[in-house]
Design a protein around this ligand. Structure first.
Ligand SMILES: [Zn+2]
Length: 285
């Protein structure tokens, strides 16, 4: 209640009152997901490494303070951090892109960002926002390549496809790729974010008039994607901690990250949450 009152009186103070969750900065064992796809993030902020013979693709730079953690995770897996050649993000919020400027400085990687989020990335946040949330501010970073829906990013025999899944941000991106594992090709989906944040206006939103329609588009896209490996911008989306604990626990056990039912269940749950919030806002509650 206190925060609700505070947010009515002063949105900036309310935003400042929320500290980042501890799991965002707590280290977590880096691990192989499948084939050449690895988890190199914290306990909840997901970063992924696609390791190839020609260098690596890193997805999500996370917070400024995450950079040493991501670097240590990459090196613990036996790879060189300076071999990161391409940097991608899930969307232009600080928990996924604030570390980019530093990583680009360290690696000289090419930064590829969905066109609709590129301006925010280069400006260090959206130009104006009534939200005043701390996740809307981060160090600016130059975008080398602006992507559109369906564009691919390739390196050393691996190809990622950028799917525009907007709403959470205008350029929110879901990454898909085929991963070769044990003679099989697995379809990985890294969900950008299907979540409606506190304070988001789905109706009468002058800053982002198509927000609700964009979420509808996102759910249509997500429901239509073929998926084996269910992944996302936060480990919490897909139960990363519980699944990682199952790796190699029994011989011949299925890869715990192969979870098409979990994926469909998560997307359906998030769609219900979006629709409920939209109805509430339409009713003027
Ligand atoms: Zn976000």
């Amino acid at each position: 209640m206190k925060t609700l009152l505070l947010s009515l009186v002063c949105p900036f103070l309310a935003a400042a009152a929320f500290a980042d969750p501890a799991e965002w900065t707590e280290p977590f064992p880096p691990h192989k997901i499948a084939g050449n796809l690895y988890y190199v993030g914290s306990k909840d902020l997901a970063s992924y490494l696609v390791a190839t013979p020609e260098g690596h693709i890193l997805i999500n730079s996370s917070l400024e303070s995450s950079v040493p953690l991501i670097r240590a995770s990459v090196e613990e897996l036996g790879f060189q951090f300076t071999d990161v050649k391409i940097l991608l993000i899930s969307h232009a919020h600080s928990d996924h892109c604030a570390g980019s400027a530093e990583i680009l400085k360290l690696t000289k990687a090419q930064y590829c960002v969905m066109t609709e989020d590129a301006e925010a990335v280069e400006n260090g946040g959206p130009k104006r926002s009534r939200l005043m949330a701390s996740y809307l501010q981060f160090p600016p970073a130059k975008v080398d390549r602006r992507l559109k829906d369906g564009d691919t990013v390739s390196l050393g025999g691996s190809t990622l496809t950028a799917r525009l899944t907007p709403g959470h941000t205008p350029g929110c991106t879901t990454w898909t790729m085929e991963v070769a594992e044990a003679g099989r090709s697995l379809k990985a989906v890294i969900i950008g974010s299907p979540n409606v944040n506190p304070g988001y206006r789905l109706v009468n939103n002058a800053e982002y008039p198509n927000m609700a329609a964009d979420y509808e588009r996102t759910f249509a896209v997500l429901k239509g994607l073929p998926v084996d490996l269910f992944l996302g911008a936060h480990g919490g989306y897909y139960g990363m901690i519980e699944k990682q604990a199952k790796i190699g626990t029994s011989q011949g056990a299925a890869n715990p990250f192969i979870d098409p039912e979990g994926y469909q269940g998560y997307v359906a749950d998030r769609e219900r949450a979006f629709l409920a919030e939209w109805e509430k806002q339409k009713a003027g509650e």
